[in-house]
Design a protein around this ligand. Sequence first.
Ligand SMILES: Nc1ncnc2c1ncn2[C@@H]1O[C@H](COP(=O)(O)OP(=O)(O)OP(=O)(O)O)[C@@H](O)[C@H]1O
Length: 227
Amino acid sequence: MIKLEHVSKAYQAGVPALNDVNLEIEEGEFVFVVGDSGSGKSTLIKLLLKELEPTEGTITINNKDLKKIRRKQIPKFRRNIGVVFQDFRLLKDRNVYDNVAFAQKVVGETNAHIKKRVPQMLSMVGLAAKYRSFPKQLSGGEQQRVAIARALVNEPKILMADEPTGNLDNNNAWEIMKLLEEINEKGTTVVVVTHNLEIVKVMKKRVITIKKGVVVSDSKDGDYSEN
Ligand SMILES: Nc1ncnc2c1ncn2[C@@H]1O[C@H](COP(=O)(O)OP(=O)(O)OP(=O)(O)O)[C@@H](O)[C@H]1O
């Protein structure tokens, strides 16, 4: 489903942020990506979203070579990938319902579909009762749930989360990770960049460790490279 072949990215000549990365993620997998600050994790996510172009190598998602996607086709390509970030990135002047509905409006869904779909998504993330609240009236964990509902409302095959628990306390972090696990169990491929090694250890999923732009370990069952 996601394949990187000899992928390198250098922002400046000679200093690769990613260096000859080879990876394959199958449909339905749950994968953690870990590594020190500056190791290249966010660069990897940006390459997968085609926000950046690799300096070398080939990235294939759903059998499509990202190099061959034209600028005009990028919005359609990104519909296949939901994304959540550490800082939630909700629209502050819109309520919970409208934040999720907005993602459907921009892709041209009908009002009838939106009215049916948004409450389903809010129930899935446990926020059905708060659909009228504004982001500032919600806890960090609740805001991240809204962001997850928004990321999934158009039914992408892949969900990418870049430090989704970075702004949350331990309880909320666990709840968000459990929610991501449930989403994965329903069939979505989930890729999570995180610093939270405690959670990574306990969840026993595949873990890809990046160090200075190089994949230094790729293991099952929650093992990661410490150095
Ligand atoms: N826009 C940019 N221009 C130049 N260098 C950059 C740019 N973005 C990232 N880098 C460099 O590329 C390397 C990898 O950065 P990246 O943000 O991918 O790391 P990260 O693993 O996501 O770090 P963190 O955990 O702190 O978010 C770092 O050395 C960083 O300084």
